[in-house]
Design a protein around this ligand. Structure first.
Ligand SMILES: Nc1nc2c(ncn2[C@@H]2O[C@@H]3COP(=O)(O)O[C@H]4[C@@H](O)[C@H](n5cnc6c(=O)[nH]c(N)nc65)O[C@@H]4COP(=O)(O)O[C@H]3[C@H]2O)c(=O)[nH]1
Length: 737
């Protein structure tokens, strides 16, 4: 058994030797393959590896044959076919003083250091500057160092990138210093007390933000430091914008807010920020820029102000008025409140403006606007919605009586004299009042009704206010109806003329006739000129209608003449709009030429207001008409602004004293004083004076005893048609009625 066992044992050993040799052979082969592969790899890689064995004293044994190095020589700037030893490589790191450094290295290893690191910068190589790092790990058996494994790395590209980055950073810094721009990062997952002063990843910081908040440069380290300098009214705005962005997982947002500087001044900033979220959509950081937009804001505010305000008075304009009215309606609806709207129109402002000149007119408007602004309460919004039109929105007015108090205040503020260049001017205002919700539920209706009420105030004599009621709306509908019917009335031959005689006072003979327009419409029947003429004036139809009147009156007078009647001048009423037409003179000329009437038989009746506007043009035009031979009369004298002294400047023939002065003149001492002053002055100016609206024998008797020349009125004759006038003219006497 034993020999067999021994034989077995021996063959086993033989086997083992054989296996061992195979293992050694295989491992040698693989080590060579591995080394070859490492060499191939290292040729392209920027990393080299080495092992250095130590001697029995623990010092590096540079001559040990087991030492090895696998490295592309180019890593250290040597030609790629150079044969480098480990000593060459380490010499690179330790430069000229290699011996001393080896000594230090050995001391460190003997002293128990297991990890060593060293960098090198090779300034001049064929590849340019090269940065290297080496890391060495020591392997020991107990305390004794056995060998060192190390790696050499070429970190030139990383260094270059870092260098570029730091250069870029410096550039950016320089630019930022020049610009009023801050950059910031807010770490959203850390508590505020961990905020770092410098831009360290994972922390909150802000660069160059301090100046934007009026603080010394560098004093504010993070956006959180800056919050106390944000305008108190805007702090919630910032919180809301941030929370809204987070709630909706927005990737970016921007917000504009005000800051308060130590000197109390307000500045505007814009903050544009980008969120960084983790996979659970939790915001991690907020980074962005902030910069000053005060100038743009001021510019924008100025533009907005200009868009919403009237440049003359600085009051809100129509657009802003409508916007405010809409907002007030919405708020009143929501809180079940009442409020009032007042439409203010200055009385006869156009005439005043034309009389005193537009520059003075503007100054007058500015003064009235400033009175309104400074005397109204904060809850009373005042705006200028047109040339001489203002609108007040009086919030929180629960009774119409309160609105009436405001309206009265506006009227009394208007009537106070305005001094311009030492001359005192006085204007009055008519005010229309409406109330929400009683008179309208929306801004357009309220304003329309306030305007209607204002017109009613004007009709009631101006310089007062009127509260809207439903009848006014009905009247306005009627006005629309009149307007519609008036269009085309000429074509449908719906107009005719009546004539009212003027009587010479001393001999009771007809000295002239006034042509008065009549309109009979199929739908509306007979419509008084008092109703349709203002509408025709508004829509411009008065121009062709007036032309028709003049032509018809001239033709008719010529007809009477042709009938052999002793004709007298025919007077036609001229409307303001007609008179302002550039073709007015030509129209007069055409009417005369086409009828063949002698110009001295045509008299034009103008009103005071008409001649007082654009005095230069009026004088020139009247002079031209006078040169033609046409007569000019001033109608309704005494009701307007002109004084007799002013009238003197115009080439006119006749003054027609308004019938309001004539009524009951026989026992109206004030009327007597006024008329006698007019009569005397007119005599001095060689003007003919006509008293209008004489209705009674008493009035006629009084006028006969005064300095009046002619009379006109129902006492002598109502306006009659052309046939009846022909009879009167043939009798040389007016028919008493
Ligand atoms: N209460 C009273 N009234 C008297 C008396 N005598 C005359 N009248 C009325 O007084 C008005 C006189 O005309 P007006 O002052 O120019 O006032 C005129 C004038 O401003 C305007 N109008 C009439 N025809 C024309 C026209 O052809 N063109 C223009 N632009 N306006 C006209 O309409 C106004 C009213 O005209 P009418 O209704 O015809 O009213 C006429 C006439 O009928 C009187 O004794 N008592």
């Amino acid at each position: 058994m034993a020999p067999k066992q021994a034989a077995t044992h021996q063959s086993d050993w033989q086997d083992i030797n054989y296996v061992d040799k195979r293992v050694v052979a295989i491992s040698d082969r693989y080590r060579n393959v591995l080394q070859e592969q490492l060499e191939v790899l290292s040729r392209s890689a920027k990393i080299g590896v080495f092992r250095l064995y130590c001697d029995e004293n623990g010092n590096i044994d540079l001559d040990n044959s087991n030492n090895w190095l696998v490295m592309n020589p180019a890593i250290v700037g040597a030609p790629s076919d150079a044969t480098l030893t480990i000593t060459d490589v380490l010499a690179v790191f330790f430069e000229s003083d290699a011996a001393a450094h080896f000594n230090t290295l050995n001391c460190a290893i003997v002293g128990g250091c297991n990890y060593l690191e060293k960098s090198a910068h090779l300034a001049k190589t064929a590849q340019g500057a090269i940065w290297l790092t080496t890391e060495i790990n020591v392997t020991r058996s107990g305390d004794d160092a056995l060998y060192l494994d190390g790696e050499v790395r070429n970190v030139s590209s990383e260094k270059r990138i870092l260098k570029n980055f730091s250069e870029l950073g410096e550039h950016i810094n320089t630019i930022l210093l020049e610009l009023p721009v801050a950059i910031f990062r807010l770490e959203l997952t850390q508590p505020d007390d961990e905020i770092n002063a410098m831009p360290v990843p994972g922390a909150s910081w802000m660069l160059h933000g301090s100046l934007l908040y009026g603080q010394p440069e560098g004093s504010l380290k993070s956006p959180m430091d800056a919050t106390k300098f944000v305008h108190p009214e805007d702090r919630q705005l910032i919180i809301d914008a941030f929370e809204n962005a987070v709630k909706h997982k927005l990737s970016r947002y921007q917000i504009e807010y005000r800051t308060i500087w130590p000197d109390g001044s307000e500045h505007w900033l814009i903050s544009k920020a980008v969120f960084e979220y983790d996979d659970n959509n939790t915001p991690l950081t907020l980074s962005g820029v902030q910069y000053d937009i005060t100038e743009q804001k001021l510019q924008q505010q100025k533009l907005e102000f200009m868009a919403g305000h009237d440049h003359l008075t600085d009051l809100p304009n129509r657009a802003l008025c409508m916007e405010t009215l809409a907002r007030t309606v919405a708020a009143a609806h929501r809180y079940n409140r009442k409020f009032a709207v007042m439409f203010i129109d200055l009385d006869r402002f156009k005439i005043i403006n034309d009389t005193i000149g537009h520059e003075c007119g503007d100054r007058l408007l500015k003064e009235i606007a400033s009175r309104f602004r400074s005397n109204l309460r904060a809850s009373e919004f005042i705006s200028r919605v047109g040339g001489d039109e203002f609108v007040v929105i009086a919030d929180g007015i629960s009774h119409i009586e309160q609105a009436q108090v405001v309206a009265e205040k506006l009227i009394s503020l208007t009537i106070l004299p305005v001094a311009i260049d030492g001359v005192e001017y006085r204007v009055t205002a008519s005010v229309g009042v409406t109330q929400y919700p009683d008179d309208g539920l929306d801004e357009q209706t309220l304003l329309k009704h306030a305007e209607m009420a204002m017109y009613t105030a004007k009709e009631r004599g101006k310089n007062n206010f009127s509260v809207y009621n439903r009848e006014m709306a009905a009247l306005s509908l009627e006005k629309m109806d009149l307007d519609t019917q008036l269009r085309g009335a000429l074509e449908r031959n719906e107009f005719s003329l009546l004539y009212q005689p003027k009587v010479g006072l001393q001999r009771d003979v007809i000295t002239g006739v006034e042509a008065l327009l009549r309109w009979e419409n199929q739908k509306l029947g007979f419509v008084s000129p008092m109703r349709f003429i203002p509408i025709a004036e508004e829509n411009g139809l008065i121009v062709p209608i007036g032309r028709w009147v003049m032509e018809t009156a001239c033709r008719q007078t010529k007809e009477w003449q042709k009938l052999g009647l002793e004709v007298v001048p025919v007077a036609v009423n001229v409307s303001p709009r007609q008179f302002l037409e550039p073709d007015f003179y030509d129209d007069v000329l055409n009417a005369l030429n086409s009828s063949g009437l002698d110009p001295s038989l045509l008299e034009l009746e103008l009103t005071e207001g008409m001649i007082m506007s654009d005095i230069e043009r009026t004088v020139a035009l009247l002079t031209a008409l006078k040169d033609l031979g046409v007569r000019v009369a001033i109608d309704d004298f005494g009701t307007g602004y002109s004084s007799l002294a002013q009238i003197r400047r115009f080439p006119i023939d006749t003054l027609k004293v308004d019938r309001s002065f004539v009524r009951n003149i026989h026992h109206d001492t004030e009327g007597q004083a006024i008329t006698s002053a007019i009569f005397d002055m007119a005599k001095n100016l060689s003007l003919t004076v006509v008293a209008e609206g004489v209705e009674t024998n008493d009035e006629a008797s009084y006028l006969r005893s005064s300095n009046c020349d002619e009379m006109q009125g129902y006492y002598f004759s109502k306006p009659v048609d052309e046939k009846r006038i022909a009879i009167m003219l043939s009798d040389h006497l007016p028919r008493y009625q």
